[in-house]
Write a protein that binds this ligand. Structure first.
Ligand code: SAM
Length: 224
C-alpha cells in the first residue's frame, strides 16, 4: 500500500465497502476511487534491485505481476527487462486504469505490458508457459493471512525452475489483527516459500518511496 498509516476516515470507508471474504469487493473500492495504496509510480526499491543487485534476471521471456493495480511496477519491468509482462488484477476497474497508465506513460517498451482481469488463486498456465519472473508488491499484504500458504503454492506452480520471485516485504508495521494491509514480516514469506524456493537476496533497500521508508525489505527467491 502507498500509505499503511491510513487516515481513519479512509480506513472506515474501506471497511464499510471491502469484505475480506468477497474478493470481488476490491472492484467496489476501485469504483469508489478508494485506492490509498496507489503510489503513482514504480517503486524505487524495485528499480534499485533491478539496476544494482547484480542478480541475473531473464532479459527475454515472461513476467507476472499479480494484484498489479494501476500497473506502474509491471510497466517498469516490461521496459527495464524487456519481458512480456502480464499485470493481473481481479478488478476490471484496476485493469482499465492500468491500460490507461500504460498507454499514456510514454515509457519505452511499455507496450510489452498487458493487463488481464483474473483471480490469482485460480489462474493456471500450461508448464511451457510458466513465468521467468513474478513480482509481488502489496498483494501478499492485501490477502487474508489464511491464504498465504495457497499464495506460496500458486507461486511455486507458476514460476519455472530457475525463475525468480521478487517480494517487496511491506508494510513492516507493528502487529495488527485487521487489514488490509495485514501485518507481515520476512519470516511469513519463509514459511510458505522455503520448500520450493531458495532465498537469494535479503536487504533493506537504500532507495525507498517516502511511505515505504523504514517499513520495507527486499527479498528475492529462486525456484528450485
Ligand atoms: C493493495 S492493492 C495493490 C495494487 C498494486 N500492487 C499497487 O501497489 O499499487 C491490491 C490489489 O490486488 C488486487 N487483488 C486482490 N485480490 C486479488 C486476486 N485474488 N487476484 C488478483 N488480484 C487481486 C486488488 O484488486 C488490488 O488492486
Amino acid at each position: 500500500m502507498a500509505d499503511p498509516n491510513l487516515a481513519p476516515e479512509i480506513r472506515a470507508k474501506m471497511q464499510e465497502i471491502f469484505k475480506p471474504d468477497d474478493r470481488h469487493s476490491w472492484d467496489l473500492l476501485w469504483k469508489e476511487n478508494i485506492t490509498p495504496w496507489d503510489a503513482g509510480d514504480a517503486q524505487p526499491s524495485l528499480i534499485e534491485l533491478i539496476e544494482e543487485s547484480g542478480l541475473d534476471f531473464a532479459r527475454k521471456g515472461r513476467a507476472l505481476v499479480p494484484g498489479c493495480g494501476t500497473g506502474y511496477d509491471a510497466v517498469y519491468l516490461a521496459s527495464a527487462l524487456g519481458l512480456q509482462t502480464i499485470g493481473m488484477d481481479i478488478s476490471e476497474s484496476a485493469v482499465e486504469a492500468a491500460n490507461r497508465y500504460r498507454d499514456s506513460s510514454g515509457v519505452q517498451g511499455a507496450d510489452r505490458a498487458i493487463f488481464q482481469k483474473a483471480d490469482f488463486f485460480t489462474y493456471k498456465v500450461p508448464d511451457e508457459e510458466r513465468f521467468d519472473l513474478i513480482m509481488d508488491h502489496t498483494f501478499f499484504c492485501a490477502i487474508h493471512p489464511s491464504l498465504r500458504p495457497e499464495w506460496g503454492q500458486r507461486m511455486s506452480e507458476l514460476i519455472k525452475p530457475g525463475g525468480y520471485l521478487i517480494t517487496i516485504c511491506f508494510p513492516m508495521i507493528p502487529k495488527v489483527e485487521t487489514g488490509p494491509p495485514y501485518y507481515l514480516r520476512p519470516e511469513h514469506y519463509d514459511e510458505v516459500l522455503k520448500e520450493t524456493f531458495e532465498k537469494v537476496y535479503d536487504k533493506v533497500p537504500t532507495k525507498s518511496s517516502e511511505n515505504h521508508k523504514d517499513k520495507e525489505r527486499m527479498l528475492v527467491w529462486k525456484k528450485k
